[in-house]
Design a protein around this ligand. Structure first.
Ligand code: PLP
Length: 381
C-alpha cells in the first residue's frame, strides 16, 4: 500500500481541516457572507507578511501570476530594472521584465550561492535610474536563502523599489514587510501556506503606491489599482476562487493559532534535523551554509542516479522528493519540509532517503541518518 508524503517544494501537504474547508458548499461572491470571509482573510494575511501599513491582495493564480502582476504594476515603458538571478526563479523575474520590454540588468549568482548585497549596491551606483530591484528570498531551485534584510536599505538608499519573491520564504523564514522596508512582496498558496495551488498573495506597502498609480505598462486583470479599490469594499474585482479563499481562511487560522514565530522556529528545527540527517549519511549539502529552511538540497553522490531513486520511491512507496531542474538535473535531490510538516514527517523523509540510497547501491549504514534526526528532535525543543 502506498501512502503519499509530499516532500516537494510545492505543492506541499494540505491539512485535512483545510481540505474540508475547501469542500464547503459554494456561496456567491457578491454576498455579505463572502465579503466577511474575504475581509477577515485579507486582514489575517497582513500578519503573515508582518505588515500594518501594507495591503494584501489575493490573486487567483499560481505564484508566477503574482510575479507578472508585480512587473506590470510597478514598471513603465522605458524603465530599467535590476534582477538578482541565483536560480530558476530569479531567472523568471528577468524573463518577465524582458517580456514587458523593460531594460533588464542582471546579477548572476552561481547556483547554490547567495548574492552579496554590496554587488547590488555597486550596480545601483554605476547605473542611473534603476526603477526597481527584483529579488528572491528563498531560491527554491537551489535551496538557498538570501539576506533580504541587508539588501533592503541599499536599494532604498538609491531610491529604487524592492520587489521580493518570497513565495517559499513567507510562512517558513522570518519575513518583516514593514520592519525591513519592503515595497512589494509576494507569496503563493501551495508552499508554506499549507494550501493547494491556485492562490497568490501580493503585499503592497504604502511606499510603492506613488509608482504604481503612475506606471504605464498594460494591465487589466492584474491591475493593483482595481484590486485596492475593491478590497476597500471587502471584495475582488472579478469572480474569486471562492473555495480556495475559504480554505485559506482555515489555513490562516491554523497559522495564527500556532503563532508565526513558532511556525518559523518549527521550520528551522525540522530543516536543521534534515540537514544533519543527510550529513550523517555522508552526503553533502548543495547550498552549504546558505541553506534555507524550505528544503534540503543534497548533492548526488558520484555514480548514483538520484532521479531513478526519486522515481522509485515515489512510485513504490508514495514518498515524493524532487530532483534538480535544467542544469541541476541529476545533480541534486531536494527534500521539501515546508508547511504542514512535523517531526515525524522528517523522520519518514530520512528513512525513505536511506532506503532509496541503499537500494541504489550507495553505502549507507541504515539508521545512521535516522538516529541523528531523532536525537536532534528529541533533545531540542
Ligand atoms: C514555486 C515558486 C514560484 C512560482 O511558481 P508557480 O508554479 O507559478 O506557483 C516562484 N518563485 C519561487 C521561489 C517558487 O518557489
Amino acid at each position: 500500500m502506498k501512502k503519499n508524503y509530499l516532500f516537494t517544494p510545492g505543492p506541499t501537504m494540505v491539512p485535512p481541516e483545510v481540505s474540508l474547508a475547501e469542500a464547503q458548499p459554494m456561496i456567491h461572491h457578491r454576498t455579505p457572507q463572502f465579503s466577511q470571509i474575504f475581509y477577515e482573510l485579507s486582514e489575517d494575511l497582513k500578519y503573515l507578511f508582518q505588515t500594518k501599513t501594507g495591503e494584501v491582495f489575493t490573486l487567483m493564480s499560481s505564484g508566477t501570476g503574482a510575479m507578472e502582476a508585480c512587473v506590470a504594476n510597478v514598471l513603465s515603458k522605458g524603465d530599467k530594472a535590476l534582477v538578482v538571478i541565483s536560480g530558476k526563479f530569479g531567472e523568471r523575474w528577468a524573463e518577465l521584465c524582458k517580456c514587458f520590454g523593460i531594460e533588464t540588468i542582471t546579477i548572476d549568482v552561481e547556483n547554490g550561492r547567495v548574492v552579496d548585497p554590496s554587488e547590488i549596491e555597486a550596480v545601483l551606483q554605476k547605473t542611473e535610474g534603476i526603477k526597481a530591484v527584483f529579488t528572491t528570498q528563498c531560491e527554491t531551485s537551489t535551496g538557498v536563502v538570501h539576506d533580504i534584510q541587508s539588501i533592503s536599505p541599499l536599494v532604498k538608499k538609491h531610491g529604487a523599489l524592492l520587489v521580493v519573491d518570497s513565495i517559499t520564504g513567507i510562512g517558513v523564514h522570518p519575513f518583516f514587510m514593514d520592519e525591513w522596508n519592503i515595497d512589494v512582496a509576494i507569496t503563493g498558496s501551495q508552499k508554506g501556506c499549507m494550501m493547494p495551488p491556485g492562490l497568490a498573495f501580493v503585499c503592497v506597502n504604502s511606499s510603492a503606491w506613488n509608482v504604481i498609480e503612475k506606471a504605464d505598462l498594460p494591465r487589466y486583470y492584474w491591475d493593483f489599482r482595481k484590486m485596492r479599490k475593491e478590497l476597500k469594499n471587502k471584495t475582488t474585482p472579478f469572480t474569486p476562487a471562492v473555495s480556495l479563499v475559504m480554505a485559506m481562511k482555515t489555513a490562516m487560522d491554523m497559522i495564527k493559532k500556532e503563532g508565526i514565530e513558532n511556525v518559523w522556529k518549527r521550520h528551522a528545527r525540522l530543516a536543521h534535523a534534515t540537514r544533519e540527517g543527510a550529513r550523517a549519511l555522508g552526503l553533502e549539502l548543495f547550498a552549504g551554509e546558505y541553506s534555507s529552511n524550505v528544503l534540503t538540497a543534497i548533492k548526488a553522490p558520484p555514480g548514483i542516479d538520484v532521479d531513478k531513486i526519486i522515481k522509485r520511491l515515489r512510485d513504490e512507496t508514495g514518498v515524493t522528493f524532487t530532483g534538480g531542474q535544467s542544469e541541476l538535473k541529476g545533480k541534486i535531490i531536494r527534500i521539501g519540509h515546508m508547511g504542514y510538516v512535523n517531526d515525524f514527517d522528517v523522520i519518514v523523509a530520512i528513512a525513505a532517503l536511506e532506503k532509496g540510497l541503499s537500494e541504489a547501491g550507495y553505502l549507507v549504514e541504515l539508521g545512521k541518518g535516522l538516529s541523528t534526526v531523532q536525537s536532534i528532535l528529541v533533545s531540542k525543543k
